[in-house]
Ligand binder design. Sequence first.
Ligand code: NAP
Length: 267
Amino acid sequence: MRTKTLVTGPKGFVGARVMDALKCAVPAPSLRNVDEDGVKRLVDEVQPDLIIHTAAVSDIGACAKDPEGSYRANVLLPLWLARTGVKAVLFSSDQVYGGCKGEGPYTEDEAAPENLYAREKLEMEQRTLDANPASVLLRAAWMYDMPIYGVKNRGNFLMNMLRSPSLSFSSTEMRSVTYVREVAGLIAKAAELPGGVYNYGSENELSMLETAKWLANELNLSITLSDAGPRRNLWMDTAKLKRNGISFLSTVDELRLCISDYALKDR
Ligand SMILES: NC(=O)c1ccc[n+]([C@@H]2O[C@H](COP(=O)([O-])OP(=O)(O)OC[C@H]3O[C@@H](n4cnc5c(N)ncnc54)[C@H](OP(=O)(O)O)[C@@H]3O)[C@@H](O)[C@H]2O)c1
């Protein structure tokens, strides 16, 4: 039997790549002004076997400016979807590790959110799992890609590196930056995971400054990189994901893949 998949946020940064990867998925309409009854009506109408939920207020600053609106989008909307009883894969974030004090990498039970967005994501994880224990919560890393036709582009590591004459990254900040095409490519496998929370992104043994220097060197970029920025650490341990049969490439190998996909060395 083919899985009928409903994708929320199908024109968003992640959702558009998920739609590309799954080919026959059903795009949800905008859920900005929809209440719980509206969510139920949509699910009754589409009758999906699976929901991939990417719609959210994903900008940390926008959440801080509109706490009520972002709570509705980032906590209540996913909760309403989980309450329909359909299995859902929902996006959380590595930001939940922002207040962790240890060196990392962090396992799924070590979250310590520091900002409103991260607190909403953590509450969303807990409440969707309570409502439907089959829910799969993916703590995604900072994702990048080149722009695609018809989809609003957002600032990301790769585009920032290609466009900026100078940037600062910290030599003490450990985190993954992940190629969104790999995130989308693995989503069908992620849907088969047992319900729970998973760190979901590439493995990075390099600091953010080292990662940026690697990319600048690989693409021969004229960019000045300086060592500054947060001392925070969002380093994810992906052992749980691997035990369950899903492995990401390393951050450097994903960057190599993206460089090859877009022939960036020929640009
Ligand atoms: N991008 C990253 O690097 C990153 C990193 C970690 C985690 N995440 C998480 O991954 C998921 C996808 O992120 P993304 O970058 O693809 O997000 P995005 O492009 O910023 O937004 C996805 C979609 O959400 C919908 N949306 C925006 N505001 C909404 C609201 N108030 N209520 C309901 N829907 C709203 C929009 O669709 P419509 O215009 O059709 O309403 C938008 O296209 C999110 O949960 C995000 O928090 C992203």
